[in-house]
Design a protein around this ligand. Sequence first.
Ligand SMILES: Cc1cc2nc3c(=O)[nH]c(=O)nc-3n(C[C@H](O)[C@H](O)[C@H](O)COP(=O)(O)O)c2cc1C
Length: 463
Amino acid sequence: MAEPYLLPSEPIDSLDAYLATDFGGLGVKAAQELGPAATIEMLTASGLRGRGGGGFPTGRKWASIAGGGEGRRFVVVNAAEGEPGTFKDRALMRANPYQLVEGVIIAAFAVDAEAAYICLKASFEREREAVTRAVQEMQSAGICSDCTINIVAGPDEYLYGEEKAMLEVIEGNPPLPRWFAPYEQGLFATGPQAGWQATQPSAEGRGAGASNPTLVNNAETIATVPQILARGVDWFRSMGTEASPGHVIATVIGDVVAPDVGEIEMGTPLRAVIDAVGSGLPDGRSVKAVFSGVANAVVTADHLDTPVTYEGFQAIGSGMGSVGFIVYDDTTCMVDTAYRFSRFLSVESCGQCPPCKLGSGEITVHLENIERGIGTEADLQGIMRWLNRVTDGARCYLASEERIVVASILNAFTEEFAEHIELRRCPRPRQLPVPKLVDLADGVATYDETFWRKRPDWTYDPE
Ligand SMILES: Cc1cc2nc3c(=O)[nH]c(=O)nc-3n(C[C@H](O)[C@H](O)[C@H](O)COP(=O)(O)O)c2cc1C
């Protein structure tokens, strides 16, 4: 395994300590020497892809912002980390906030941004403190004396991490995704009616007024940038594969011996990642299913040798997501996992697109019926019907997540659904957590227990 370049073995807690590392501060110097256009070209050549879940090529995204529409430019760092099973951005901000801020400075320079926003959750107090300190120290040291970096402490909702909703939060609104992507309707774009009508606006609606193209990148993506600038494209491409170069920070939780985060080289087989980062499974247990967050198809035990790369997961009909692996052992009821994941997505759905809110709610009720032993064939048919329609007219990807994850469990574990209906009970009852993490330290994962009290309208049942 190559040397880690994202997660140092000991947290870096001062600017002096950061600048004393081999490459601390050298990325921003390299970018200034290269200039904006060559900086973006270098990122494109490096093959870096977004670590927020979609894997979009980072250089291409930066180029589209730099050369995009009218108006001002902004940079937004997505550090909201709401994906169940993922803790990598918080681990990164705890261990190495200076590298993240150096990446922000480079991004703002490359796309000529007027200001940058680092968006995390108000509940991430430790991370907010670390990042705030890093920004202040780098500003006083003159590393970013002429750049404005704001830290936004947002709501706990899953949708806050969705990029179009994140822009709304920065503008002072609830986390409800607007229609247009941030490169089309960026922060403080004029033409306020565009994006707020009930139906999808026509092509003419786009670009009315200044669109203020806004770059949104995941925190890990941004923290990778200074290393590429400082050490070069060949160094970065010497790790991983042609289509998935570099390292990623993996989270491994669930039925493993010691849940944790760890930096891995892309291309490492999933099984080895589960062993290296999560210390494997206890003796006598075996893997039944692995989920990379709640946005991708279930990975079954016969695919544990899949390399952790974008193309490797695509080849098995799934996705690498943000490399947060939720591992379930052979005692797990897959109907129950489907119910819990569906309930999470249904509660977190914002309700702007009726098929998403209604459909995911209906699917959740049907799954709960089957899990509780009162389900019938009609429940299965109800699920199928809604899976076909839940994404209709959706303005964000949440509804697709519901369809992909539930359909994949139904397909891979059909017999478990039939078994529940026939036996009229769950044959594998067991308390499964909903793997939304509030902390992960010393081999212990702390899950968000308030989840069960959260109502579909985002209020909470009293304790
Ligand atoms: C419902 C939903 C939640 C999301 N949550 C996050 C998140 O917590 N963190 C994140 O980086 N991206 C999240 N994303 C993806 C972002 O919309 C966006 O694609 C990403 O920040 C782009 O960064 P990247 O190109 O560096 O990957 C979410 C997407 C959806 C649909």
